[in-house]
Design a protein around this ligand. Structure first.
Ligand code: UTP
Length: 408
C-alpha cells in the first residue's frame, strides 16, 4: 500500500493521526506501518461510541445438562462411539493459545508458564500429556491445531521445537495465527504503540474458525476427513482433550455441538452458565444473571442455571462452515492499553483507558441449532490458571494437579 492509499483508507475511518510520525520513520519502519494499515480492519472502531451492534439479550430459559450419573451409566457406549470416531481420524483438537494472559502477569505466552516445583512442568506439557492419554487409547494421534497470535507465534513455535513437541508426533501439529483487531481510546481513535506501529490485540477467542479458514486449514481438515473439532482454552491444566466419552455422547446425541460444564461452586461463581436464549443454546454471563435467574429452580429444586462452561467445546465442523460468514457480535471490552501520548512518550496505564474489540467462542454456540451440555467433575477436570494468586490461580491449579496424582 502506498502512503497516499494509506491516507485514503485512514480518512474513511477518521484515523489519519496514525501517520503522525511517518516522516520520522526509517524506510523499513515506513513499509511496516503501511503494511499494518493495509492489513488492519478499522471498521469496528465506530462501535466505541455507537453501541448499535451490541446484542440485546433474548428470552433466557434453563437448558438441562447431561449429568454425571447418566454419563456414568452410559459411559461404555459413549467411550466406544468416541474412540471409533477418533480411530477413524474424525476428531481434531484446537488449542486456543492466542490470548495475552495479562492477568497472569507474565510476558511469555501462557502455554510456556512453568507450574513445576521439583522439575519444570509447563502448561503446554500438561495439555499434550492429557491428549496423549487418548492417543494411546485410540492408537493414533489426534490432529492438534494451535492458535497463536502475531504477538506470540514465533516464540510458541520455537518453544515447541525446542521441547520436541513434548513427545507428540509433530506431523500432527499445525499452527495458525489469529486475526488482530485495533485497540482504541473511548472515542474510537486507534492508539499507536510505537511511532511506526498501531496498537493491536488478538481479536478474541471467537475468531478461531475464521482464522483457521484464512490459514487454509479448513481445506486441510476436509482433506483429512475431520468431522469434529474439540476447542479448548490454554489455561485449564486438568482438562481432558478429545475425551472419548464426551465425543461419543455428543455424536450419539445428534447435536451440532457439546459443551463441557461443571456444577457451579455457588450460584454467584464467575463463570458463564449454559441456557437457552430464544430457544437456541446460549451462555448467560455471570454479570448478566438477574435476581430472577439466580433464584430460578429446576424440577429437582436445584438452581436452574447451575452448569458453568469451562471453555471446552466440541463442534461439528460442517455446521461451523455454515455459520462462518454470519456476523458475530463484537464484545467491546475496557482494557489497559499501552500507547504513545501526544508528545510521543510511551504510557503504560494503571487503569483502563480504552477498548479492545473481541469475538467470543460462546457466540458460536448460540448460532448453532443445538448443544449438549455435558457435566464433568470439577475436581478432576477444571483447574484454570487465570491469576497469579487467589481464585483460579497458579496456586489453586497446582493443588488440584497434586490431588489428581500429577507430579510437579
Ligand atoms: P481469556 O479470556 O482468559 O483471555 O482466554 P487471556 O487473553 O488468555 O487472559 P487475560 O484476560 O489477558 O488475563 C481464554 C482462552 O482464549 C484464548 C486464551 O489463550 C485462552 O486459552 N484466547 C483469548 C485466544 O486464543 N485469543 C484471544 O484473542 C483471546
Amino acid at each position: 500500500m502506498t502512503y497516499e492509499e494509506a491516507v485514503g483508507k485512514l480518512k474513511e475511518f477518521g484515523q489519519e493521526h496514525l501517520l503522525r510520525y511517518y516522516d520520522e520513520l526509517g524506510e523499513e519502519e515506513k513499509k511496516d506501518l503501511l503494511s499494518q494499515i493495509e492489513k488492519t480492519d478499522f471498521s469496528m472502531t465506530h462501535f466505541a461510541k455507537d453501541k448499535s451492534n451490541v446484542e440485546t439479550r433474548g428470552v433466557i430459559e434453563p437448558l438441562s445438562a447431561m449429568e454425571l450419573s447418566e454419563i456414568e451409566e452410559k459411559k461404555d457406549v459413549f467411550r466406544e462411539a468416541g474412540l471409533a470416531a477418533i480411530r477413524e481420524g474424525k476428531v481434531g483438537a484446537v488449542l486456543l493459545a492466542g490470548g495475552m494472559g495479562t492477568r497472569l502477569g507474565s510476558d511469555a505466552p501462557k502455554c510456556m508458564y512453568d507450574i513445576g516445583e521439583t522439575k519444570p512442568v509447563y502448561i503446554m506439557e500438561r495439555l499434550i500429556e492429557n491428549t496423549m492419554d487418548v492417543v494411546r487409547e485410540a492408537g493414533r494421534p489426534v490432529p492438534f491445531f494451535i492458535m497463536t497470535s502475531e504477538k506470540n507465534h514465533d516464540i510458541t513455535v520455537d518453544f515447541m521445537e525446542k521441547m520436541n513437541y513434548f513427545g507428540y508426533d509433530k506431523d500432527f501439529v499445525f499452527f495458525f495465527e489469529q486475526d488482530m483487531a485495533p485497540a482504541t481510546d473511548y472515542d474510537g481513535k486507534v492508539y499507536l504503540e510505537e511511532k511506526g506501529r498501531i496498537a493491536t490485540s488478538p481479536n478474541g477467542n471467537g475468531g478461531w474458525f475464521s482464522s483457521m479458514h484464512k490459514a487454509g486449514l479448513v481445506e486441510k481438515i476436509r482433506e483429512m476427513g475431520i468431522e469434529w473439532l474439540n476447542v479448548f482454552a490454554v489455561d485449564n491444566v486438568l482438562q481432558r482433550i478429545a475425551d472419548p466419552v464426551f465425543v461419543g455422547a455428543t455424536i450419539l446425541s445428534g447435536a451440532a455441538s457439546g459443551a463441557k460444564c461443571v456444577r457451579k461452586a455457588d450460584i454467584h461463581e464467575k463463570v458463564g452458565a449454559l441456557c437457552l436464549e430464544d430457544g437456541r443454546p446460549s451462555i448467560v454471563e455471570y454479570y448478566d444473571m438477574t435476581p430472577e435467574l439466580l433464584d430460578a429452580k429446576n424440577e429437582k429444586g436445584e438452581p436452574a442455571y447451575n452448569f458453568g462452561v469451562i471453555l471446552n467445546y466440541l463442534f461439528r465442523e460442517k455446521d461451523l462452515e455454515e455459520i462462518m460468514n454470519v456476523d458475530f457480535p463484537l464484545h467491546i471490552v475496557e482494557k489497559k492499553i499501552p500507547h504513545l501520548d501526544e508528545e510521543g512518550n510511551l504510557i503504560k496505564p494503571e487503569e483502563p483507558n480504552g477498548f479492545k474489540y473481541e469475538q467470543l467462542v460462546l457466540d458460536m454456540i448460540h448460532r448453532l441449532k443445538d448443544c449438549l451440555p455435558f457435566e464433568v467433575e470439577r475436581e478432576r477436570e477444571f483447574a484454570p490458571i487465570k491469576n497469579k494468586t487467589g481464585v483460579d490461580s497458579v496456586e489453586t491449579a497446582k493443588e488440584l494437579c497434586k490431588r489428581n496424582g500429577i507430579e510437579l
